[in-house]
Design a protein around this ligand. Sequence first.
Ligand SMILES: [Fe+2]
Length: 477
Amino acid sequence: MTTISQVSTRNAWANALAQPAQEFPLTPLPVISGKIPTGIRGTLYRNGPGRLERGGSRMGHWFDGDGAVLGVHFTSTGAASVYRYVQSAGYKEESLENRLIYPNYGMVAPGSIWDRLFKGLKNAANTSVLALPDKLLALWEGGKPHALNLQTLETLGEEDLGGLTTGLTYSAHYKRDAATGEIFNFGVTPSLNSTLHIYKSTASGQIVQKAAHTIDGVPVLHDFVLAGQYLIFFISPVRLNLLPAITGFSCFSDALEWQPSKGTQILVIDRQSLEVVSRGEAEPWYQWHFANGYVDASGTAIVDIARYEDFQTNQYLKEVATGETHTVAKSHLSRVSLNPQTGKVTKIEKVLDSHCEFPTVPPENVGKVSRYTYLSTFRPGTDISKEVLNALARYDRDTDTLTIASVGENCYPSEPIYIQDSENKDKVWVITVVYDGKFNTSEVWIYDADKLDAEPVCKLELPHVIPHSFHGTWKPN
Ligand SMILES: [Fe+2]
């Protein structure tokens, strides 16, 4: 049991993860300040680990937490919110027995090595969401998506999208081309040399084309980029020691090795044929996330990433689950220029000195040049070894300026989500879910995207704490 003195000495952000989050049914949200812009019509969906504990046992890594999805619906009568755990088979089984049963990214299964031998991971369904016309998908890169009801977030079951046959996985970082409606994604089947599966779907999510390519060992492939006519993968030099991981001697995370001598492998795929255009190699780095990519007039692919010098970021994210971090893991928004025909990297530039995570561009700019990049960062002066992301920002490449949203001491905004106003196409809003560590409450904040350094135009009160989450999306009505 947690004592009051323990709570008061804990980092403000850690209280959001200390207890399992509480689900709630569709609940109208009171306005705390300002008013909801009338052009905001649609739903914000976010996914993240809702609980990191079961039956008195803690999970091993932030990535292990059971996925819980938040929906905030905006209609003419105001905002209403619903929050539900994804009812995966593993979640239901562990819930029924009130104990952890399965291994995951950062934990082995409980019990003896014989109990753990070859035991498959639980689908945590905790990483992102994909809003399709008739369903919401909760995504997790180690398994299949789970379909949810768009309104109630009731879990409907695993989804194969008409093409995810047995053993195929579907990553959390799909790329949607706003002009064609096509959705691109990938999944990795681990082996001595793994298979990278590439998927192309229609706007409704139906997979219509697949390809499979061999990649070296078992890397950590979390994201990729659409850049003009190419799908580009940067395969950082992290590799899994397969045997301890599949036998259950070691969890996946602990079996990962930083092998900088391998360099970063570049893989360029043609978006029409899904065939390999080129493979190349560059200096070692690690990235979880790409911001965006495009091809310039000279045919050079320009790719922006949140770049780390090594894989210490994984250790930091493991520590987040304990409520106390020590590891410094700094990333920068970096721009990689490469020749897509040869896979040769020609230039790497640091775009921003500030820490950068969850970088995104407006949906209509995915795969094309974008003036603005939205991202999460730290407030200037933050001790980044002890804190989690505590600021939002917009980078303007035309003026080379970064505008930081001021959220205040001990407040933690989620990844910024871009909303185009439904009444005025030139008006843009940024929506985020803020955990206020001073009062142990969560709120929805809406900013004018052109005035991120001003007060939010509206704050809404959520009924319960929403723990720090990973990724979300906006689905206009
Ligand atoms: Fe991610």
